[in-house]
Design a protein around this ligand. Structure first.
Ligand SMILES: [Zn+2]
Ligand SMILES: [Zn+2]
Length: 286
């Protein structure tokens, strides 16, 4: 079984009830944090996880809302790992990730220096390893494999989606993308597809062109559901709601997805948890 927890279902727009984009995936005793938006560590704690227990940090792309708390994750893992010679944090993302991580370490350079000077058992900066990929297998450890494929969030490029597999269960995390063939292939027959969505019907009515621009490179609820149907996934999990779902409006969002996808649809707030069992998906929908 793979367990998916929506840690942050928000977007770049600050929201009192929603942390920034971030999803926790637990599979085969391993813990993966997918993106690390605003407030991710409060939600990690609430989900019974922590930065010092992550197997890897997976980044779909380098938009600020998806990496806002990268520095916090890196520093917190470093200062809260008490074993000598700790394993480096594995960070897997698209090309550009190493540059962002380097710049983040630089931004926290004073902090890192203060802590090394103060604590005798902290003798070097946060240990980490960055891996940049756009395609192929990126993880294979103790029965858990992870593959990536390009997505289409242009002009933001490159961007990637992840497919986590363990013992016949599988989950695909699309990140921000419009429908595209490489995502279809990555998601084919998956147990669950976690997809970021925006309500183009609502956003298109807003007066600010800068807000309407976001329709260009995101999937609507119906588009995400069409991808899920085409790929034959078992469960569609919606997240990154733009605009934020108003209380009582969840069924409207679900109905839009259900108009094109007739399997399980999950719409939830932060900390919404979905179990993905082996054998779910893997059949053509409709
Ligand atoms: Zn984005
Ligand atoms: Zn986003």
């Amino acid at each position: 079984m793979i367990e998916v927890t929506l840690l942050g279902t928000g977007s770049p727009i600050p929201d009192a009830r929603r942390a920034g984009p971030s999803t926790l995936v637990r599979a085969g005793g391993q813990t993966f944090l997918v993106d690390c938006g605003r407030g991710v560590q409060q939600r990690l704690t609430a989900a019974g996880a922590a930065a010092n227990g992550l197997s890897a940090l997976l980044l779909t792309h380098l938009h600020s809302d998806h990496i806002a708390d990268l520095g916090d994750v890196i520093i917190t893992r470093w200062v809260s790992t008490f074993t000598p010679d700790p394993a480096p944090l594995q960070i897997i993302g698209p090309p550009g990730t190493a540059e962002v991580v380097d710049a983040t370490l630089k931004a926290f350079g004073f902090d890192i220096g203060y802590r090394i000077a103060h604590h005798a058992d902290l003798t070097s900066p946060p240990p980490l390893q960055v891996h940049e990929y756009t395609d192929g297998e990126v993880w294979n450890s103790d029965g858990v494999t992870i593959r990536v494929a390009p997505t289409d969030h242009r002009p933001v490029a490159p961007t990637i989606g992840f497919r986590v597999e363990h013992a016949d269960a599988s989950v695909v995390l699309a990140g921000d993308t419009v429908p595209c063939e490489s995502l279809d292939a990555l998601a084919a027959g998956a147990g669950a597809l976690v997809h970021t969505v925006i309500r183009k019907d609502l956003i298109d009515k807003m007066p600010m062109q800068r807000i309407r621009d976001i329709c260009d490179y995101h999937s609507s609820v119906e588009e995400a559901a069409t991808t899920a149907a085409r790929a034959g996934v078992g469960i569609l999990i919606l997240t990154h709601y733009v605009p934020a779902i108003e209380a009582g409006q969840e069924d409207d969002w679900r109905a839009l997805a259900a108009s094109v996808f007739d399997r399980q649809i999950e719409v939830g707030d932060d900390l919404h948890r979905v179990e993905v069992h082996p054998g779910v998906g893997a059949k053509p929908a409709r």
